[in-house]
Design a protein around this ligand. Structure first.
Ligand code: SF4
Ligand code: SF4
Length: 94
C-alpha cells in the first residue's frame, strides 16, 4: 500500500497538493486544528514562503497512484511518498 506523509512543520497551506492530485489524497484543515497541535512552523521555509491559515493532511494516502504531481508543486518540499515497492519519493519544488 502506498503511504503519503507530510512533514507538517514545513507545510505552508499553499493547497497546491490538493489542487493537482487526481485522486483527492489531500484535505486542508485550519492550522489551529488538533492534528497540528504542537507543530512549530519551519523557519527555513518561512524565510521563503508565507504560512497560510491552513495545513494539509493526506487523508486518502492509500489512493495515491504515485503520479508525482504533488511532489513538484509542494512549496514546503514536505511530501514524502513510499510506494508499493518501498521506494521513497521526496518533493522538490519546481
Ligand atoms: S503522487 Fe499521489 S498524492 Fe501526489 S498528486 Fe499524485 S496521486 Fe496525488
Ligand atoms: S503543497 Fe506542500 S506545502 Fe502546500 S499545502 Fe500541500 S503539503 Fe502543504
Amino acid at each position: 500500500m502506498v503511504q503519503v506523509d507530510i512533514e507538517l512543520a514545513k507545510c505552508t497551506g499553499c493547497a497546491h497538493c490538493r489542487d493537482v492530485c487526481p485522486v483527492n489524497v489531500f484535505e486542508l484543515k485550519p492550522a489551529t486544528a488538533d492534528e497540528f497541535k504542537g507543530i512549530v512552523n519551519d523557519p527555513g521555509v518561512a524565510a521563503k514562503f508565507q504560512f497560510r491559515a491552513e495545513k494539509s493532511l493526506a487523508v486518502n494516502g492509500p489512493e495515491c497512484i504515485v503520479c508525482e504531481a504533488c511532489l513538484f508543486e509542494c512549496e514546503g518540499e514536505c511530501i514524502v511518498i513510499t510506494d508499493d515497492e518501498g521506494h521513497v519519493h521526496h518533493s522538490t519544488y519546481k
